[in-house]
Design a protein around this ligand. Structure first.
Ligand code: SAH
Ligand code: SF4
Ligand code: F3S
Length: 449
């Protein structure tokens, strides 16, 4: 069987798609281009209205492919599948499997049954009580790319119910994975060549604090993963500011392979708005975390998520967000216009911000961010660092091939090197020689290893 997966959304979805690919490849299935696929899988995101709309337009678009052969079918997974469920069967008759966040564990077998003709339609939408462990695929290539970077889930779901957010409804309650299983998976990946691990969860700082907890905190887990042989780089996402422990902050100064970067979603810089968002921290607390992180690791690169136009946000509130962005000096940020999601608390909050006003705020915020990003990157001129090579750069200029890598903080570094193949997954010592708008140029200063 040939299958094609399209993925929207966060890194958890990217990783879920990798796992599904690996599980299907272990059954002898083959990943293919869209035109050849016999099964078309869509892994969806529901966090704002736009990505949700994309799912319907994408299904409309592929309907043409699917109609050419009645044996060709589609499966919809991820957060929109969890939200809409069997509604997909009515709207799109060629969809024969829907699977949610926990249901994905059963998706490979369900796909096999449908392909064999044993089952016609399957819905895997139930939430499980604990973390739904998935089979460990025999064929690892989809989980261990040439870049030697891998994701590892440490938990599922979220208990925070921020007023704007649909994730607790689509991913269910927080469920930590057992630390032993996480460590086994990390070791297996490292033994198979992985050198960079990113631990994933919607709220990693509260790892172990739910019923699935086994007495190991997130700081404890970080230490154990960092100690695994072969893990040269360790990252994690996402971190909620309210739950970050002093031990996690300290770890940035103590664990040499813990990368000097942290994505710490701030959402807003007005205490009034943060309260309405139910974030349960204020700007004073946020700034004290930032100070702590910089004391532990002065070169740490901080990035964030921001929402503009949350119901009730005034011009003054928005200016406080601008002021905080400037004060913290985020190296980059993802910023979004508030988008109403079904069932979340903010749907009923008033007054809604005029969409044109929200668009204007977004532009102003992004202009400020671009200036700060440029300044941060300029300060790196002349710095000696290293880059983990991910592939050839998009732009090739000059006689040598240009390779794209990432420094320990995750910044893109383009490096010219003679060799035109086989450098993916190598770490190259570099000096930063040029700062571009969103990336750096480096010069090789030593042998790749
Ligand atoms: N677990 C992560 C967030 C995951 S959602 C955390 O707590 O930080 C990713 C980002 O999408 C959020 O940080 C937020 O900035 C944005 N977001 C979530 N719901 C949104 C909504 N309804 N409208 C606009 N942006 C939203
Ligand atoms: Fe959504 Fe808040 Fe949970 Fe993040 S912490 S996933 S923003 S509810
Ligand atoms: Fe989107 Fe679900 Fe991730 S809503 S951001 S795919 S948790």
């Amino acid at each position: 069987m040939k299958f094609h997966i399209t993925t929207f959304g966060c890194q958890m979805n990217v990783h879920d798609s990798q796992w599904l690919t690996a599980a299907l490849e272990s059954r002898g299935w083959e990943e293919s281009g869209e035109d050849d696929a016999q099964v078309y899988i869509l892994n969806t995101c529901s966090v704002r209205e736009k990505p949700e709309q994309k799912v319907y337009s994408e299904l409309g678009r592929v309907a043409a492919h699917l109609k050419r052969d009645e044996n060709v079918f589609a499966a919809v997974g991820g957060c929109v599948a969890q939200q809409v469920g069997e509604g997909f069967f009515d709207r799109f008759p060629f969809v024969r499997l829907v699977f949610g966040s926990d249901g994905i564990a059963g998706a490979p077998n369900a796909l096999e049954r449908i392909a064999r003709g044993t089952d016609d339609r399957v819905a895997l939408l139930d939430f499980t009580a604990g973390f739904a462990e998935r089979e460990q695929p025999e064929k690892l290539s989809a989980l261990v790319p040439d870049t030697r970077q891998a994701f590892v889930n440490i938990m599922q779901g979220c208990d925070n119910f921020c007023a704007y957010c649909i994730v607790p409804y689509t991913r269910g309650r927080q469920k930590s994975r057992h630390p032993d299983v996480i460590l086994d998976e990390c070791r297996r990946l490292a033994e198979n060549g992985v050198r960079e691990i990113t631990l994933l969860g919607q709220n990693v700082n509260s790892f172990g604090l739910d019923k699935g907890g086994a007495g190991v905190t997130f700081a404890g887990l970080l230490r154990s993963v960092a100690a695994i042989d072969g893990v040269d780089r360790l990252r994690f996402t996402t971190s909620h500011p309210k739950d970050i422990a002093p031990e996690v902050i300290a770890a940035f100064g103590e664990l040499p392979n813990l990368c000097p970067s942290l994505h710490l979603p701030m959402q807003a810089g007005s205490d009034r708005v943060l309260k309405a968002m139910r974030r349960r921290y204020d700007t004073t607390r946020y700034l004290s975390i930032v100070d702590g992180l910089r004391a532990a690791r002065p070169d740490i690169s901080l990035t964030t998520d921001l929402i503009v136009g949350f119901p009730g946000e005034t011009e003054e509130d928005f200016r406080q967000t601008l002021a905080m962005v400037e004060r913290v000096g985020f190296e980059s940020s993802f910023s979004f216009k508030y988008s109403d999601r079904p069932g979340v608390a903010a749907v009923n909050m008033e007054p809604k911000v005029d969409p044109l006003e929200a668009s204007d705020r977004l532009l102003r915020l992004q202009a400020l961010q671009n200036n700060i990003t440029r300044k941060c990157l300029k300060e790196l001129m002349g710095v000696n660092t290293d880059a983990l090579i991910e592939g050839l750069s998009r732009k090739q200029d000059g006689p040598a091939s240009s390779w794209k890598g990432r420094d320990p903080a995750g910044r893109i570094v383009n490096v010219p090197m003679e060799q035109d193949a086989g450098l993916e997954g190598m770490i190259v010592p570099v000096t930063i020689v040029e700062a571009k708008k969103h990336s750096l140029n480096g010069e090789r200063t030593g042998e790749p290893w």
